[in-house]
Design a protein around this ligand. Structure first.
Ligand code: NOJ
Length: 647
């Protein structure tokens, strides 16, 4: 017996069937198989299973079409248009257990989740395994990072045939043999373990829930609603970037007033620590001193940055903080940091301070102090906090991605919302679209950011890194990548490291890598007197619209975004280690309107290895009929601001 549900445009069809009491689903697009017959269900600790001996119970259908507005984001409006099918599965014997699987099919993919209602004898349950499968094509390839590793999500993406994969994180991006592009991920990860994927046979991936230290996967009570398992489907990789399916599967905003949530750009006492100019801990080179903070505040005020991040301001950094996170104190500043004076000085100049809570993954210590620490910051006028969870296991026992931490990260978002605090989370749980429900969850790390260029023993992020991120990590949500390094060699501090880009490419990252909070990461002295800095001053962090103009995963990407608060458009384009010219139509501009393009381009001889600083900055008139040739040097990029003439 089978049931089917299609996308509103009829192109995607999901079929759910029961074979010998076992539930399966499959997905076709335009009659071609995208996901083969894949199993559904669970194994519980008490021996009960929700994956065989089942019959189909109630079946209900509905359709939905409405448009909602993001308080901030990569586009203003998002249309949620889907068909829903709810299928109840009932155990034929002996316990008559019931569960419902809900499918929502959109024009750009689908999501499904399990609902286990309250029922006699099943008030509490422990999930030992979720049996959700994704059967892919025999010759499909994937861009992936490994799961169950010490550095969380911070690995370079690799491309391999599905049959060579082991355990990997989502979002997982797949190029099918048919030339389609898929992203497998999850939405609304709440009170549950996060989903890694493990290849079980041939080209079959199975949900591999991140376990608790005791080996169980999810401890829950009924009614239980799991996160959505999502499959986005696109003809072109750029369509994955502009698919908002994961957000559509999250609950609407729970905050009545979001006017206090403000995207923007920031600077910080930060890069100096990563290259070794400053220390987080106390001593001669301590970065977070009152005097230094004032210098950064002056710089932020001069150029209109909304915030100054100050790391290493509190006690707990001295010694091996990664091992000793339990001594971090979140209300005691170092002696050379007068926090009252710094916050007063900043407020006087209209600059916000971005607080910092690195907890070294010592969660007991952090949770004990969190409320007083939020009060402390709020009293000082600090309403944005960067958190950090460095370490391979939290409390030295649990994964960063298991249910324990899913619940912790959420409790921080909720507590922050109560205090009207915005968050930037480093070493986070992966993004599953929670920002829709809690827009104070502004941005996060969860991938290899710019800091790897400062100290990584493998030479930092290779040029192709940011040509892959938009189609992989970025599909989950905003990334605090921290672009904007102008002194690409920092020889004075770290002669064996460098940033593997051209200068123009550093600018392009502000458009290519979306974040509502963007850092100008370099030392202020490296920006002074640099004409290229004007682009960082101008570029917004909140967008009306987003278009992907070129996309070849691992080779190049060009993205255009329209400012939310003006008629300006911005373009960012980056390439891998190969230089190239990309022909670019500006047909997204308003017809009949004249514009000026302010272009920050790799100079003719620019090359990330031999001549990375060679940049040409110039203006030209453009309109919607213009075809630009974007020239990118090896490892290079181009950034463009397009503004209407005389407006
Ligand atoms: C790692 C974070 O990614 C980085 O931004 C921060 O400076 C350090 N941890 C210290 O908290």
């Amino acid at each position: 017996m089978s049931h089917a549900v299609s996308s509103p445009d009829g192109r995607i069809e999901v079929t759910i069937l029961l074979a010998g009491g076992v539930p399966y689903y499959s997905v076709d697009r335009l009659g071609r198989e995208v996901i083969g017959k894949s199993r559904l269900g669970f194994v519980l600790r008490d021996g009960r299973v929700f994956n065989r001996g089942l019959e189909i119970g109630d079946v209900t259908r509905s359709s939905y079409d409405s448009t909602w507005v993001q308080p901030w984001g990569e586009v203003r409006e998002i249309r949620d248009h889907h068909n829903e099918l709810r299928l109840e599965f009932v155990e034929s014997a002996p316990g008559l257990c019931r569960m419902t699987v809900v499918f929502r099919v959109f024009n750009d993919g689908l999501g499904f989740r399990y609902e286990i209602p309250g029922q006699p004898g099943l008030e509490q349950l422990v999930i030992m395994d979720e049996r959700t499968e994704f059967v892919l094509g025999e010759t499909d390839n994937a861009w992936w990072i490994p799961a169950f590793m010490g550095n969380r999500y911070e690995y370079l993406y690799q491309k391999s045939p599905i049959r060579d994969l082991e355990a990997i994180h989502t979002p997982l991006t797949i190029e099918t043999a048919d030339g389609l592009f898929l992203s497998i991920h999850e939405a609304a990860l709440t009170d549950y373990a996060s989903m890694a994927l493990r290849r079980t046979k041939d080209n079959t991936l199975e949900c591999d829930l991140v376990p608790w230290a005791d080996g169980t996967k999810v401890k829950a009570s009924t009614p239980l609603v799991t996160p959505w398992r999502t499959i986005q489907i696109a003809d072109e990789p750029g369509e994955l970037v502009t698919s908002y399916l994961v957000l559509n599967l999250n609950e609407p905003c729970r905050l009545e007033d979001t006017s206090w949530i403000t995207p923007g750009k920031y600077v910080g006492i930060w890069w100096g620590m990563h290259i070794g100019k400053y220390t987080w801990g106390s001593g001669r080179n301590h970065g977070a001193t009152t005097e230094n903070a004032k210098k950064y505040i002056d710089f932020a005020a001069k150029y209109g940055f909304v915030g100054v991040l100050i790391e290493g301001w509190n006690t707990g950094w001295d010694g091996n903080w990664i091992q000793n996170g339990e001594i971090f104190n979140f209300t005691t500043p170092h002696r050379d940091f007068d926090i009252e004076e710094v916050t007063r000085y900043a407020a006087e100049r209209g600059v916000g301070i971005i607080g910092h809570h690195e907890n070294g993954a010592a969660i007991y210590n952090y949770e004990r102090q969190m409320e007083p620490a939020f009060y402390y910051y709020k009293r000082l006028g600090i309403d944005m906090i960067k958190t950090g969870y460095v370490g391979t296991r939290v409390n030295k026992t649990e994964w960063h991605h298991g249910q324990y931490m899913v619940e912790h990260y959420r409790s921080v978002v909720e507590a922050a919302a109560r205090h009207r605090i915005m968050l930037d989370v480093h070493e986070p749980i992966k993004d599953t679209g929670i920002r829709r429900t809690y827009p104070n969850m502004l941005t996060r790390e969860g991938a290899r950011g710019m800091e790897y260029d400062a100290w990584s023993g493998d030479g930092g992020n290779p040029p192709e890194h940011t040509t892959i991120l938009p189609f992989t990590r970025m599909l989950s949500g905003p990334f605090d990548f921290t672009p904007g390094i102008f002194d690409l060699f920092f020889n004075q501090y770290r002669p064996n490291n460098r940033s593997n880009t051209t200068l123009a490419r550093q600018l392009a990252h502000y458009v290519v890598i979306y974040s509502p909070l963007q850092m100008a990461a370099d030392l202020p002295e490296n920006y002074d007197g640099q004409p290229a800095f004007q682009f960082i001053v101008d570029v917004p962090a909140d967008w009306e619209d987003t278009r992907v103009l070129h996309a070849k995963i691992g080779d190049y990407v060009t993205i255009a975004r329209k400012d939310r608060n003006s008629e300006d458009w911005y373009i960012g384009s980056v390439t891998d280690e190969n230089g190239r010219t990309l022909k670019t139509s500006l047909d997204f501009l308003d017809p009949g309107r004249e514009y000026v393009a302010e272009i920050y381009a790799d100079a003719a001889d620019a090359d990330w290895e031999s001549d990375p600083l060679a940049i040409d900055i110039y203006e030209r008139e453009v309109d919607y009929t213009t075809n630009l040739e974007i020239n990118l040097g090896p490892g290079g990029g181009q950034a463009i601001r397009i503004r209407p003439v005389n407006e």
